[in-house]
Design a protein around this ligand. Structure first.
Ligand SMILES: [Zn+2]
Length: 227
């Protein structure tokens, strides 16, 4: 189960890893916390229309890397995500429902991180996981308690685990490009659709992560496996 603040964050954080695991037979769940409705530079943009468009883009991106997977939208307003009790109860229920072996999410402790949703999605992931594993938190809510065996945090402040992304970087880039509404704002892909620079940037990041452990390509995480 990968938990991202906005449509596209999961593909950025762990798209190659999910593609690899999906190909190996894992059932992958995308959980998207906010509706992504502020992901535009158009001050008079249609927020409801953008939220719907981003749901469609997210489903298409998820389908590309994890054809058998599922996507859950928590639906909180973009930019206003909180890691409060209400949000925790909701995400705790999804964790208990799907009973993931591994949870992936934003590292909330990444220094100088500006976007509040990325910080709060990270905190919400941790807090919901703690709630889901313990029967005394939200008793019976969403099913019986469930303890995942590992947590992988992307954009990690202190990476301690590189997942081999060899053979899956192309698929990661293709899935990111499914988020067409974000081409200009997030990916620097102009209206001519030329994504060469973006391709090179994503590939360079994957190669840099891989080099740390002698691989062609990788995705870097902070692994916590004593949950
Ligand atoms: Zn984001």
């Amino acid at each position: 189960m990968a938990i991202g603040a906005h449509p596209d964050d999961i593909e950025f954080g762990c798209g190659a890893t999910l593609a690899k695991w999906s190909a190996a037979g894992c059932h992958v769940i995308h959980v998207v916390c906010t509706d992504g409705s502020k992901g535009t530079w158009e001050a008079d943009g249609n927020l409801a229309g953008l939220a719907l468009r981003r749901q469609r883009e997210q489903r298409a991106a998820a389908k590309l890397i994890c054809p058998e997977g599922e996507t859950v939208f928590l639906g909180w307003p973009d930019g206003e995500l909180r890691a409060g009790t209400k949000e925790r109860a909701q995400l705790c229920a999804w964790i208990r429902h799907y009973r993931p072996e591994v949870v992936l999410g934003h590292d909330p402790w990444r220094s100088y991180r500006l976007h509040p949703d990325h910080r709060n999605a990270g905190l919400l992931t941790l807090d919901s996981l703690v709630a889901a594993r313990d029967p005394m938190f939200f008793p019976g809510h969403g099913g019986s308690h469930h303890r995942p065996s590992a947590l992988l945090l992307w954009e990690a402040e202190e990476p301690n685990h590189i997942e081999d992304a060899g053979g899956y970087v192309e698929l990661k880039i293709s899935s990111l490009l499914m988020h067409k509404s974000q081409h200009l704002t997030t990916m620097g892909v102009l209206s001519d659709g030329d994504s060469t620079d973006f391709n090179l940037r994503v590939r360079a990041l994957a190669e840099a992560a891989g080099r740390l452990v002698g691989l062609e390509a990788g995705e870097a995480f902070h692994l916590i496996d004593d949950l």
